[in-house]
Design a protein around this ligand. Structure first.
Ligand SMILES: [Zn+2]
Length: 74
């Protein structure tokens, strides 16, 4: 088996658009640098927190009879 040495794969940094090496040697891949990674992750987190969480209303079935909680002698 002959292992070919592939040229460093380049990807576009999602943050700045620069060419970033997509190799094990680049711990920040697919970002070009640590800075871009942090910036992008920060932006993502902010965006995440900015989006209001859609809370589905508890399904109250009006056809459901009220739960009998026991005797109510009044
Ligand atoms: Zn970058």
């Amino acid at each position: 088996m002959s292992e070919k040495k592939e040229p460093a794969r380049l990807v576009r940094c999602p943050n700045c658009g620069k060419q970033a090496k997509f190799t094990p040697g680049n711990p920040y891949r697919p970002f070009c640098s640590e800075r871009c990674k942090i910036i992008d992750l920060g932006a993502w987190a902010e965006e995440k927190y900015a989006i209001p969480v859609a809370r589905p209303e508890p399904a109250l079935d009006p056809t459901e009879p009220p739960v009998d909680t026991g005797d109510e002698n009044d």
